[in-house]
Design a protein around this ligand. Sequence first.
Ligand SMILES: C[S@@+](CC[C@H](N)C(=O)[O-])C[C@H]1O[C@@H](n2cnc3c(N)ncnc32)[C@H](O)[C@@H]1O
Length: 368
Amino acid sequence: MDANGILQVEAGGFSTAVIDLFCGAGGLTYGLKSAGLTVKTGVDLDPNCKHPLEENTGAKFECRDVEDLTPADLKAWFGDADVRVLAGCAPCQPFSTYSQSRKSVDGRWELLKHFQRLAIELKPEIVTMENVPGLANQEVWKEFISALEIAKYQVSWCEVACEEYQVPQSRRRLVLLASLLGPIELQASESKLKLTVKDAIGALPKIGAGEASGDDRLHASAGLGAKNLERIQASTPGGTWRDWPEDLRAPCHRKTTGKTYPSVYGRMEWDKPAPTMTTQCYGFGNGRFGHPEQDRAISLREAAIIQSFPKEYSFLAEDDDVTFDRLGTLIGNAVPPKLGEAIGRSILAHIEAVRSGGSVLEGQLDLR
Ligand SMILES: C[S@@+](CC[C@H](N)C(=O)[O-])C[C@H]1O[C@@H](n2cnc3c(N)ncnc32)[C@H](O)[C@@H]1O
């Protein structure tokens, strides 16, 4: 480490620094840090991100709107690091009432355009973005890649199945890596091991619906009304509401026509990956979020572990109350740390490859 706490990359002693835009609770930051990168600053509008980011990763939290950031802000946070990495996960914004037209799809990705603006104006050596796979079909994504290429970045992107990176969850994500230093791409997983729900949460203490564990207040599950308690008792792992007796079905389930959603009100299966964690994953009626054998939805801690956060990850300051919607948002929105770690390893391997392949890195750095 240098005097500013910046990690000296073993590959040749170059210092690296990362800024994570839209950092949330720090899923991506934590993963990058686990790989060996130093994230100096995380930026998010939501003040609830400060505690988990700073407590678990050591990065400094900036409660700012990315739309208002300037390249000078980022420059100050990067300091004099040799290799600057701009990371982020620009979220899609909901349709506003006046923009509900097809024409305005790109308007929902305004934050991606701000990420692009900052990358192109500052030109950090490396840029990485994680996002939903559907973004790849949008014009705004093609414009982003083309802007990076015009700015002389070498760009690669791919859709990733998170379960291949030791995330015990079926979750598909888009990962982009771009570098001014040479070709860069996401490395294959270091292990072929795929984790199941049992591997992830099988050893946690038993709790009932509406209860919390004495050892960990995040191992808390949402309460269930009498009808939903009967419903989960009638549910089998991997089954659907179709297994229930007629009187437990909701009116929409009883219709013979119209759309139904078989994957809501389900129990997870021990020997498979969990379904995609969402911001509402603590609710039995919101997806296949029932515990495989206990009569309750998964707890907040179980959701975080399924996202591949370590089981001691601190999401709340001691004097903060456990609030399901606040924590569900932080957990469900996160980049799985294990995927973040794979992105970090890919960045470090790229720096090492560039360094050992010649003087490109030094040449590029001299250009600044
Ligand atoms: C998908 S989440 C990011 C998750 C995060 N990368 C992680 O791994 O935990 C998107 C984040 O963008 C934040 N956000 C939305 N609009 C923003 C804005 N204009 N400026 C800064 N942050 C914003 C949200 O508060 C949310 O935490």
